[in-house]
Design a protein around this ligand. Structure first.
Ligand SMILES: *Cc1c(COP(=O)(O)O)cnc(C)c1O
Length: 368
């Protein structure tokens, strides 16, 4: 594996030393030791605080994709309808995944550089009458943050479950899961929590559980067996104790710093990144700064560069940022300032390299 002195990839983010310490201990069997279940329960309540929910929290192995699938499979059955609110790749992805599961889908689509339009969503919801409305809080590939409140209200109005992917915002921005009426909320470990891609975290409200019980899906990624862990001190598989310990370290340091301070640190790093980028002539991908996420910034690949050349030039100077996928591949790149990377001095160092690389090329052009 190659390490770069300055990592500003929008997940997986660099893992701080205090979190790495979780792997220095030899733990017993998570299935057998009461200590594990205590740790699990403590993490549940820390997650509740972080995400603004009094409802249940399920922490499973695997990274976030496992619960994107698990959430759909657990709460819907073939023939059900899903309306995917989409202003980006992950939003659209829910429709693709659901289709593969035999679920009828519709997409309430907006441009990738914009936010979803709640009026369009409501109109589609009233007509299509889905059992589930899906949304993505931070569209990581686009660098946007979607307000959830109105979408939650629409889901409630039509009696649909509201499933939200807050994989790359949770821990870096307020999620307010209960206030936003999220029935099933999804978070991964390798973004703002600064862990490896090893755990997935779900918030599940009473309406979510009701649907899950009715569907009664069983499979590796099923939610149902997790309903009463840790009360029953039994799990469907051996859990990742090291990651669970690392999660505890991460959540405890967020609480120690203060959630509001952590969110403010993300906003400052984001503002600094965008200001520096605009000053050096980069173009922001989202249509305006006020729809940008505090956890990731997306810019057009600068004129006169291919993404490959630009990426290589940055790497040569020790900086690694994120490329893109799908229709944004080669056109838009991302700077990830989430979790351990929401650090103003790190962002300054990174942006200085971007500036140097851009001005070197401009200089060369002048000479040619
Ligand atoms: C990272 C991410 C995921 C999960 O993808 P991984 O394969 O776990 O990296 C899901 N949704 C969003 C919005 C993400 O940013």
């Amino acid at each position: 594996m190659k390490e770069y002195p300055i990592g500003l990839v929008p997940g997986p983010v660099s893992i701080p030393a205090n979190i790495r310490e979780a792997w220095l201990t030899d733990f017993g069997s998570s299935d057998l030791e009461p200590d594990f279940f205590e740790l699990y329960a403590e993490n549940q309540s820390l997650v509740q605080r972080l995400l603004g929910t009094k409802e249940s929290v399920v922490i499973t192995s695997g990274e976030a994709m496992s619960i994107l699938w698990g959430g759909l499979k657990s709460a819907l059955k073939p023939g059900d309808r899903l309306l995917a609110v989409a202003s980006g790749l992950f939003g659209e992805g829910f429709a693709d995944m659901a289709k593969a599961l035999g679920i009828e889908t519709e997409v309430a689509a907006s441009e990738y550089d914009s936010l979803p339009d709640p009026r369009k969503v409501r109109e589609a919801a009233l007509r299509f009458r889905p059992q589930m409305l899906t949304a993505v809080h931070c569209e990581t590939p686009s660098g946007t943050l979607t307000p959830l409140k109105e979408l939650g209200e629409i889901a409630r109005e039509i009696g649909a479950l509201f499933l939200v992917d807050f994989v790359s915002s949770g821990g870096g921005a307020a999620v307010n899961a209960d206030e936003n009426q999220i029935d099933i909320g999804l978070l991964g470990s390798q973004k703002a929590l600064s862990l490896p891609p090893s755990l997935s975290i779900s918030t599940i409200g009473p309406r979510g559980w009701k649907a899950i019980e009715k569907v009664n899906y069983s499979g590796y990624d099923a939610y149902l067996p997790w309903r009463n862990v840790p009360e029953v001190t039994a799990m469907p598989y051996t859990h990742d104790w090291h990651s669970m310990k690392a999660l505890h370290i991460s959540l405890s340091s967020i609480m120690k710093e203060g959630m509001e301070n952590v969110f403010a640190r993300h906003s400052r790093a984001a503002a600094l990144c965008r200001k520096a980028a605009l000053e050096m002539g980069l173009r922001l991908f989202p249509v305006s700064e006020d729809i940008c996420s505090p956890t990731v910034s997306a810019f057009y690949v600068p004129e006169g560069w291919t993404w490959g050349e630009f990426d290589e030039a940055l790497r040569k100077r020790g900086l690694v940022v994120g490329g893109n996928y799908g229709r944004l591949a080669g056109r838009v790149f991302r700077i990830g300032h989430m979790g351990s990377q929401a650090d103003e001095s790190l962002v300054v160092r990174g942006m200085d390299i971007v500036k140097t690389v851009l001005s070197e090329k401009r200089g060369k052009k002048g000479v040619d």
